[in-house]
Design a protein around this ligand. Structure first.
Ligand SMILES: Nc1ccn([C@@H]2O[C@H](COP(=O)(O)OP(=O)(O)OP(=O)(O)O)[C@@H](O)[C@H]2O)c(=O)n1
Ligand SMILES: C[C@](O)(CO)[C@H](O)COP(=O)(O)O
Length: 236
């Protein structure tokens, strides 16, 4: 079972507004990307990680992440694309071409830097058990409204049936490739890989996510992450 994790890390981090690509933003001195990759390897399920970095950052990303790989694995860095889905597709194409026995693929946002290793294991194990697509999710804790273009409420979905979606998302490698090829042919982008798999009619199953797997998008999220680290004595 060859498990390869793809880490889209080529975003600009505009909403964070830190003045550098978000993946390289340090929390307690350690870049988000380093924390994310470390979490993947700490799971004990992943031996190869393919990072899609901003083209101008490929060398620096290589330097900071190469030492994280276990002796029997490696970190690979490729240039990412204009949209997240482009970055995922480029990393996936590289993995299928260059890494022997790539049968299970995880897609994990660099921005979800504090994802517990147990979540990574749960996703991999569910794919290995035969599910072609697996996503970690959390229940919705707020009431959710659907609104029209003017912001007027048109519906109140039953939140018992709703989930918020995290990463890593796990896939049978051939299924993810098919999903991305179909999306590209249809001119579709998506920030959620599972959404592309759903379009193929392939079932996507869920496993429990974790609050620590929050995506660091804004300054508020970064402050929460820093507070999390204080709460764990820096171990998160
Ligand atoms: N062209 C892109 C855009 C995003 N990502 C990655 O996709 C993940 C989720 O994206 P998000 O958190 O929205 O990051 P940014 O796109 O950097 O954020 P922003 O929209 O605020 O610029 C991040 O790890 C980001 O680096 C990527 O690899 N390639
Ligand atoms: C994949 C994802 O993290 C699931 O919540 C999310 O879809 C990424 O979206 P973004 O718009 O790139 O933040």
């Amino acid at each position: 079972m060859g498990v390869v994790a793809l880490v889209p890390a080529a975003g600009r981090g505009e909403r964070l507004g830190y003045g550098m690509p978000k993946a390289l933003v340090p929390v307690d001195g350690v870049p988000l990307l380093v924390r994310a990759v470390r979490g993947l390897f700490d799971s004990g399920r992943v031996r190869h990680v393919v990072i899609a970095a901003r083209p101008s950052d490929v060398d620096v990303v290589n330097t900071v992440t190469a030492p994280l790989a276990p002796a029997d694995g490696a970190v690979h860095v490729v240039a990412g694309g204009a949209e997240r889905s482009d970055s995922v597709r480029l990393a996936l194409t590289y993995a299928l071409r260059e890494i022997a026995d790539t049968s299970i693929v995880l897609v994990h946002d660099a921005a979800r830097a504090f994802t517990p290793a147990a979540v990574v294991r749960a996703v991999v194990d569910a794919v290995a058990a035969g599910h072609p697509a697996v996503i970690p999710v959390l229940p919705v804790v707020d009431t959710v409204k659907q609104v029209d273009v003017d912001g007027v409420v048109v519906a109140t979905p039953d939140r018992a049936a709703l989930r918020v979606v995290q990463t890593p998302q796990g896939f049978d490698a051939a299924v993810l490739l098919r999903a991305h090829e179909a999306a590209q042919a249809a001119g579709l982008g998506a920030t959620d890989d599972a959404g592309l798999v759903e379009r193929l009619g392939v079932p996507v199953v869920t496993v429990p996510g974790h609050a620590d797997a929050m995506k660091i998008t804004t300054k508020f999220d970064l402050a929460v992450a820093e507070a999390l680290l204080v709460g764990t004595g820096g171990a998160a």
